[in-house]
Design a binder for this molecule. Structure first.
Ligand SMILES: Cc1ncc(COP(=O)(O)O)c(C=O)c1O
Length: 401
């Protein structure tokens, strides 16, 4: 194994408040959660206390939030898609999102006021499935573009929800550009889960949507304050929103936040390492098993939050995520089993590697992790590519069931 884990620690400097921070406060998280609770399918996803794994690794506790249960869609991403559609509809109706619910939005009166809206997006899978689901549930249309190399299972899962989904010949970042051009051309609404200068309102709403997952986790922790939170990043929207939320929620007691990326798509790690006030990108096909994290251009709002609230940035090889999938799927003793996909298991896999690999002393020191540490990770997806899930955990075999 020639590829290594790379890390950088960013010292935070005191600087002027960012306007975006206000998007991710506790009060906004409560508004988001109330909206999600109005969907008939809503249920909080479980927070699993892996007590035996914590013991094996020599840390105080190890909690994993299992997002495979989210709205029956096998990933957390529908939180952002549904909330952003709700916010868009609230704006059209000139009312506040707090006045809207699933029932109101789908009522004949509101439907006739709105007509049929077409939402368009680019996705590696999970975000597009979330948008397709939300558009379908709220009675609108979704067009979804996917990068070349997308597996058929992910495409079909989106089509099953009634969306017009197709695979392009582009990589992820160029698929985003294609979706943006199509929105202009056909007068569709672009609902992209990443921001760039001049396109920030809708990505900000999507990021706010992810706060339900964070709010549920602090409630489920019942007063236990984590010392370390690990967040995986593609464009960084989820990690940026959650890092800002945890900073607001825990204030002086903020856990140390570590961002995890695949080394083939480590745009946020590169941006943190350079720390020169510009965003650094990764170009090309970005071949990694962590499909959800294969993004080469950071989200602008997300980086603004991460550089203020996340301390450590990791770029790591695929085998670390594969290790996380195997460990979570084969728990120790009475620990609960978690089916976690490649991107979902990346953070837990990193914590296991960090605690088990003797050559990583310097990194344990950098992250300040020890036997008193209380860890929180998010398994952001289940087996969204079942064939690859088994290829990895069964080491090349795919069972015939
Ligand atoms: C399962 C999973 N985890 C994490 C992420 C990362 O989210 P973001 O692109 O907001 O960084 C994604 C993105 O699609 C994903 O699908």
């Amino acid at each position: 194994m020639h590829e290594t884990i790379k890390a950088v620690r960013l010292e935070h400097i005191r600087e002027a408040e960012s306007e975006s921070r206000k998007l991710f406060t506790l009060s906004n998280a409560e508004i988001t959660c109330a909206f999600h609770e109005s969907f008939p399918e809503y249920q909080p996803t479980p927070l699993i206390n892996l007590a035996n794994l914590a013991h094996e690794l020599g840390v105080n506790s190890f909690y994993v939030k299992d997002e495979s249960y989210r709205f029956g869609l096998n990933a957390f991403k529908s939180l952002g898609g549904s909330f952003c559609l709700g916010k868009y509809i609230a704006e059209k109706l000139e009312c506040n999102i707090s006045e809207l619910s699933y029932e109101k939005i789908t009522s004949p009166d509101i439907k006739s006021k709105l007509g049929e809206i077409t939402f368009v997006t680019a996705t590696d899978g999970n975000h597009g499935r979330g948008i397709a689901w939300a558009a379908n549930r709220l009675g609108h249309k979704a067009v979804v573009y996917m990068p070349s190399g997308t597996v058929a299972e992910r495409l079909n899962n989106i089509r099953k929800l009634g969306a017009d989904a197709s695979i392009t010949e582009f990589n992820y970042d160029n698929t985003v550009r294609f979706a943006a051009e199509s929105a202009k051309k056909f007068n569709w609404v672009l609902v992209q889960d990443t921001s760039w200068p001049g396109y920030e309102k809708i990505p900000g709403w999507i990021m706010q949507g992810y706060l339900t997952m964070a709010l549920e986790s602090v409630q489920q922790l019942e007063g236990v304050v984590p010392t370390h939170i690990f967040l995986q990043a593609g464009v960084g929207s989820m990690a940026g929103a959650l890092a800002a939320f945890f900073a607001d929620y825990y204030r002086d007691n903020k856990p140390l936040i570590t961002i995890i990326e695949p080394n083939k798509a480590d745009c946020i790690y590169r941006t943190a390492r350079a720390n020169d006030g510009t965003l650094h990108t990764v170009k090309g096909s970005m071949s990694t098993i962590m499909a959800g994290l294969a993004c080469g251009e950071p989200c602008t709002i997300a980086w603004d939050m991460l550089r203020r609230y996340a301390e450590v940035y990791i770029s790591m090889p695929d085998y670390v995520a594969a290790k996380g999938m195997r460990i979570l799927g084969n728990p120790s003793g009475s620990d609960t089993r978690i089916i976690s996909g490649e991107s979902g298991a990346s953070t837990s896999g990193f914590v296991c590697e960090l605690m088990q690999n003797e050559s990583l002393d310097y990194l344990r020191e950098l992250i300040k992790i020890d036997s008193d540490s209380k860890i929180l990770c998010f398994s952001t997806e289940g087996d969204t590519d079942r064939k690859n899930y088994y290829n990895i955990v069964w080491d090349g075999l795919y069972p015939s069931f």
